[in-house]
Unconditional design. Sequence first.
Length: 435
Amino acid sequence: MRRRVPAAEVLLAVALLVGSAACGSRLPESDFEGRGTAPAPVGGAPLRVGIITSATSPVGGSAFTGPRDGARAYFDRINARGGIGGRKVDVRTCDDGGSGVGNNDCVHKLVEEQQVVALVATASLDYAGASRVSHARVPDIGGQPIGSAYDTYPHLYGIYGSLAPRNGKPGWGGKLYGGTEVYRYFKREQGARTAAVVSYNQAASAAYARLVTRGLKAEGYRVVTEQVDFALPNFRAAAADVKEQGADLVFDAMDTHGNAQLCEAMDDVGAKVTAKVTNVQNWTSSVAEDYKDAPRCRNALWATGSSRNYEDTGHPAVREFRAGMKAAGKGDALSQWQLEGWAAAMWFTDAAKSCAGGAGGDVTRACVDHFMNRGRPYSARGLLLPVDFEHLAEPPRTRRTCLSVARWQDGKGWVTRGGDMNDNCFDVPQLSYQP
């Protein structure tokens, strides 16, 4: 399992002043059985796949489009090479607008009307149609776990995997679990001992800050908490206290705009830290522009995740990703979410190839779903930390978890730190949280 503390989910929730993304009704496992498995077209017809994205959500036009763009670039590359078993991939996209109503409309359009064989690289602020996707037994491959859907329903396979029962209820008894590997890394590798956690005086932000604080304390940190007003934030006062307290690390429960303002304030007051830690959603090539007024803090930005740094051009799968994005006209605006969308499309392609090469030679929903449940970790040619899907009756108390780490450096971009992600691993406790 690569289930991480849902930083992206909470940051997006903070931006909208709402709680965690809703996932529609929660149906018992029995309601998922006995349904048909509509096949994709046969006889050389294109393989139809769907991508649902909150492309025009209230959060912003580009907040969710990375996975979609990466997946489309991969399918373009596959089609240019003759498709899958001679069949082109017909990509159908749908913008749900970031709303539950819009998401249900997209599910109806793609799953029920257009009969896609699978969904790929889903990135929805409110995955309200998740239960309907699972009810129809449509494999949803490599989606971003912005909400709890990928730890709730069968037939949904998040990009980071899951160990949860996925029987129609989130996690175990309504609780999800995340490890403390990020905090362990900075303690062991960077010698950090004091951490500041900055949040808004808003429910979702404060709740996430409490979770980060709990994890840091479990790893033996001295924790300094800073809270700013959402409407009229005094980032300078928070930054001054971060400096006064001698924090080595700064974590936050804020949106990108708030992060940039905090960084500016830290530069203004002369607060120097080992790392200003952000998440995979902000692991983009736009850092120089986003943090243009905070050069010192900008060069202290670190990101952690579960996929290989898109700047790691020494790896052949990364080079192929970058070539594909360049061919798609996006080579100058790269992001980690694009790489994960590319990996999701690769995952579907490998599943479809396993079907096309079988005795029947037909790519059906059931066959793709069988590949996803084969019980073997998947790494997308090394782009992902090996992804597992299990159904554990009880949550693990500890787990060996690996992570990918990078630091921003002007002139170089995101530089991989901590060695290869497959070797950067820690045995850490798993802490519960409410989705």
